[in-house]
Write a protein that binds this ligand. Structure first.
Ligand code: GLY
Ligand code: GLY
Length: 370
């Protein structure tokens, strides 16, 4: 049941996205500088990992409102991304983020056949990254033995491909990868490491490495959020209880940590006390993931996860929500990386995407893409 605050936020969200869409005129947004988006495909490349989130926002809103402006703009984003596919310059494991939210969403909403083929093309590229000795999908091209926690969201593209084609190969690779991530990146307390390094030749595990958090031993909150949502989604596709158990453990850790800072996550739960840096994108990803997790549980177990998601959303919007129609970016307070102070507490497009997805999940009409 939709409560008033969800309906009110959604109305404001739709209004603001429509205004941003007019201003963007086909560009692809990421971080607004001086209040306005520029074109991240030009600045960071056609293959930048976050290039699908705007398309994802547009498909979610077209699905929810039936307004053609959102469908037309989403198709423009998908066509722009084609260039990344055929250039094949720095395509890596983030094909899931890029094409689940564009081509796969397009196919899911309209049945478009070319979008379906584009989704399968992307899934095939991801499947080709499997290391048979180590049982993992390699994350980045310049480090053939590295696996990052964010991959748990990308592998959902492989489950989609198996479900569509009836060919179990894709899903089996995804499940092997998830088991490797569970073993080497999820810690007993529910926190997660960012990068696991393996010998790419033998597949032997070497060590955990720091990524966008403080250190190899710390707890980068967005990584925690990717793991929470990614393992819940992996359970949705596989129904293997080991993945549900991990999703709950990671969720419980995330919720406990947020409670220490008034329901807004720090950028790293084990960061030094000063400076205190938050990451609302971790909060919004986790909120959407907590709602996804709750939907997979018996009714009697759902409330703590739903309530935690609602608290996080309300705390973040209360402090960082920007409903000004004359400026771009809705959710401020996102942090790209601990080692990149220029991106401390800025609006990040994926915070807006997961905010929108979470609101639609609360309303009961989100497109389920993971
Ligand atoms: N996938 C990169 C990030 O979460 O920043
Ligand atoms: N994973 C891309 C970044 O460093 O933000």
């Amino acid at each position: 049941m939709t409560t008033d605050w969800v309906a009110q936020y959604l109305e404001q969200f739709i209004k603001k996205v429509a205004r941003e869409n007019d201003r963007l005129a086909g560009k692809t947004p990421y971080i607004p500088y001086d209040g306005f988006y520029s074109d991240v495909m030009i600045e960071r490349g056609y293959d930048w990992w976050a290039n699908g989130f705007w398309g994802g926002i547009l498909w979610q809103l077209f699905n929810a409102t039936d307004q053609d402006q959102f469908r037309e703009a989403a198709i423009i984003q998908e066509k722009r991304l084609d260039r990344a596919l055929y250039e094949f310059k720095d395509i890596h494991h983030d094909v899931g983020f890029m094409w689940l939210l564009t081509a796969v969403a397009h196919y899911q909403v309209t049945g478009d056949e070319q979008a379906y083929r584009t989704g399968l093309h992307a899934a095939s590229l991801l499947a080709g990254r499997f290391n048979i000795e180590g049982n993992f999908l390699v994350s980045w091209n310049d480090h053939p033995g590295w696996v990052i926690i964010d991959s748990m969201m990308n592998i959902q593209l492989l489950y989609w491909a198996s479900e569509q084609t009836g060919d179990p190969r894709f899903a089996k690779l995804a499940t092997r990868h998830a088991q490797t991530v569970a073993k080497y990146l999820v810690r007993p307390d529910g926190s997660v490491g960012h990068i696991a390094s393996f010998n790419p030749d033998t597949g032997a595990f070497l060590t955990q490495l720091a990524g966008q958090g403080v250190s190899a031993e710390s707890a980068w909150s967005r990584g925690n959020a990717w793991a929470l949502y990614g393992f819940a989604a992996t359970y949705r596709h596989t129904r293997q209880l080991e993945f549900l158990t991990i999703a709950k453990r990671v969720a419980d850790y995330f919720i406990q940590q947020c409670q220490l800072t008034n329901d807004i996550p720090l950028a790293d739960f084990r960061a030094p006390k000063v400076p205190q840096i938050f990451d609302t994108s971790a909060g919004m990803i986790a909120a959407a993931g907590l709602l996804a997790l709750a939907e997979l549980l018996p009714k009697s177990q759902q409330a703590p996860y739903r309530q935690a998601a609602i608290k996080i959303i309300q705390a973040i919007v209360g402090r960082y929500g920007n409903w000004q129609l004359t400026e771009d970016g809705i959710i401020g307070g996102g942090t790209e990386a601990y080692y990149r102070p220029a991106t401390y507490e800025v609006p990040l497009i994926y915070a807006d995407y997961f905010f929108g997805e979470a609101l639609l999940r609360l309303k009961g009409n989100a497109l389920i893409l993971w």
